[in-house]
Ligand binder design. Structure first.
Ligand SMILES: [Fe+2]
Length: 598
């Protein structure tokens, strides 16, 4: 064997070994760089005292120690949670070979005393006999922080959900079942939580299942978030609820949350208010008189049917304009403005009667009442009510006309009565020369007394007319008796005393508007019942008959008769005073005495 050849393989071997060593060194260098620049902390520790032998740059940065300082320390100096015993237990599986590495979450303490969360992986380095370990440590404080914040936030939201006074439900839109509810929901619906969770929302909502599904779809799509429903609670009663709903992603699923407010009382009150308003609107619209509602300044806000019909405008033609523009005739504009000002500026009640104009130009007699409307004490406008007076005015005019006509007729009638009575009086007087003019004188005096007593004119007339014929019954008495100059026999007296009855009989055929025949019949009755023909007394005797009785007696006593001379006036006054309140009415006698004194 050629010695060169013999040495050649040796040379090649050494070259290859050198190459391999170079490669190995390069690989070690790369690993070293990776370890050195790793974002994780990397330590090598071991030996009897477990001191650090190596720590990478991240370890120095994170802990704040220098390599020299660390090389005098053990992992226990960095891990406050561990005692030598617990750390020995940690390493035990590696030392016994029952595990290749151990993992744990713990805290690292920095040089400045502060701590941070770390994830630790320890593994044996080399042989068990070497008792050397490599530790790779990841700073997880940021991650843990985020997790803690998330947990806290979840807790807060859970508490917000659970303890909220608002009723809250979580609903699975697929199937529409309640998947969670809060305490307020349990109280409101009256079901135990276990029953409520799992209940289909269609059992609570009074809408049909199809409608409930449609509404849930809307909430799910975000097209609608506010709903008004009626919900049935455990005792079977129905509640009006206001529901705010939306999507909440939870555990990989989109659920619907619902915040529910019981608004039954509000809805009931609103319904009652709406009914009341509708009723008031109906009353306003159908009122039988024209009503205008206006804001301050007179601009019309609302007019009712009667107003539109009365003035002939449509609603559109009226709203936004003022009454002054629409219905006040040109020549009354000034008064119209005055009233509007009184109502809207001085805020006073306004009432008047005037003339207003329809759209077609026709004039109307109207009465108007206007009053300011107030809201919380402030005047916000006014109401005006027009009442059509045309018919009433026309009726008044007709009434006045007919009254005048009636008066005319009455006057004619009175004239006719007067004539009749004067004729009758003349007939009587023609037959009886002794009492010629007696009735006229009695009528004159009775008229004066009645006037003195303050009787109305027509009653005075009645007294005068009755007095003018009060002795008409004497036409039935033979004229020899009437004109007999001597004393009359009892029979003759009896005959003369029939004249009031005869007078009534004669006059009862006349249809007079006052009791003429009865007055004549009573003119010889006396207050104390001592008169004739019936002997009636006091109030039974008509006032006119009481007046005529006094005038008749006074006139008779004052006149000369064939059988006796006239009484002196003093004697007449004395006699009448004596009979005042006895045979004759005191007021009548007093009136006569007053006339006398004048
Ligand atoms: Fe008489």
């Amino acid at each position: 064997m050629n010695p060169d050849n013999r040495h050649r393989p040796l040379c090649e071997e050494s070259c290859q070994a050198a190459l391999s060593r170079e490669k190995e060194a390069a690989r070690a260098g790369r690993l070293s760089r990776i370890i050195e620049t790793s974002f994780n902390e990397i330590y090598i520790f071991g030996g009897e005292n477990l001191r650090f032998e190596y720590a990478n740059a991240t370890a120095l940065t994170n802990t704040g120690y220098s390599l020299d300082e660390l090389c005098r320390m053990t992992p226990l100096d960095l891990k406050p949670a561990f005692t030598p015993e617990s750390f020995a237990l940690l390493l035990l599986p590696l030392e016994t070979g029952s595990a290749t590495h151990v993992r744990l979450d713990t805290l690292h303490r920095r040089k400045d005393g502060s701590t941070y969360d770390v994830e630790v992986q320890v593994q044996l380095l080399g042989d068990r006999e070497d008792h050397r370990f490599a530790a790779i440590i990841r700073d997880v404080s940021d991650k843990n922080c985020a997790l803690r914040a998330l947990a806290e936030s979840e807790g807060r939201f859970k508490s917000l959900f659970e303890k909220n006074h608002s009723v809250m439900l979580l609903i699975d839109p697929d199937g529409g079942r309640i998947v969670d509810c809060n305490e307020a929901a349990v109280r409101f619906y009256g079901y135990p939580r276990e029953k409520l969770c799992g209940t289909p929302i269609t059992e609570i909502n009074t809408l049909s299942p199809a409608e409930v599904k449609k509404e849930m779809k809307r909430a799910e799509k975000g097209r609608r978030s506010y709903f008004l429903f009626r919900h049935r609670v455990a005792d079977g009663s129905l509640r009006d609820v206001e529901v705010y709903s939306g999507v909440i992603p939870l555990e990989g699923k989109n659920l619907l949350y619902s915040i529910i407010h019981d608004v039954t009382e509000r809805v009931t009150a609103e319904k009652a208010l709406a009914e009341k308003t509708a009723l008031l609107d109906q009353l306003f619209e159908n009122a039988p008189f024209a009503i205008f509602e206006s804001r301050i300044g007179g601009e019309l806000l609302r007019v009712n049917r009667a107003a539109r019909e009365l003035f002939g405008y449509s609603e559109d033609e009226m709203i936004g304009r003022t009454c002054d523009d629409l219905v006040v005739p040109e020549n009354r504009k000034q008064e119209g403005r005055f009233y509007t000002e009184q109502l809207h500026v001085s805020r006073q009640l306004v009432a008047f009667e005037d003339v207003r104009q329809r759209k077609d130009g026709a004039l109307l007699d109207v009465s108007f009442i206007g009053f300011p409307t107030r809201l919380k004490g402030a005047v916000i406008g006014g109401y005006g009510i027009y009442h059509d007076m045309t018919a009433r005015k026309e009726a008044e005019r007709l009434l006045k006309e007919s009254y005048l006509e009636l008066e005319k007729q009455l006057l004619a009638l009175r004239r006719s009565w007067n004539q009749t009575i004067h004729i009758l009086a003349a007939v009587v007087e023609a037959r009886d020369p002794y009492t010629a003019g007696h009735q006229k004188k009695v009528a004159h005096l009775a008229g004066e007394i009645a006037n003195r007593m303050g009787l109305p004119d027509d009653e005075i007339d009645h007294v005068i007319m009755a007095a003018l014929i009060h002795d008409i019954g004497k036409i039935e008495v033979p004229s020899e008796i009437l004109s007999k100059p001597g004393v009359l026999s009892p029979l003759e007296i009896q005959l003369i005393r029939t004249h009031p009855e005869a007078g009534r009989r004669v006059l009862s055929g006349l249809q007079t508007p006052w009791p003429l025949a009865e007055i004549v019949f009573q003119h010889h009755e006396r207050l104390d019942g001592s008169g004739y023909p019936r002997g009636i007394s006091g109030e039974e005797i008509l006032p006119a008959a009481r007046i005529i009785a006094v005038a008749d007696v006074v006139e008779a006593m004052s006149s000369h008769r064939p059988y006796r001379p006239a009484w002196p006036m003093e004697a007449v006054v004395a006699e009448m005073t004596r009979q005042r309140g006895v045979a004759f009415d005191s007021a009548v006698v007093d009136a006569w005495l007053e006339i006398r004194e004048q």
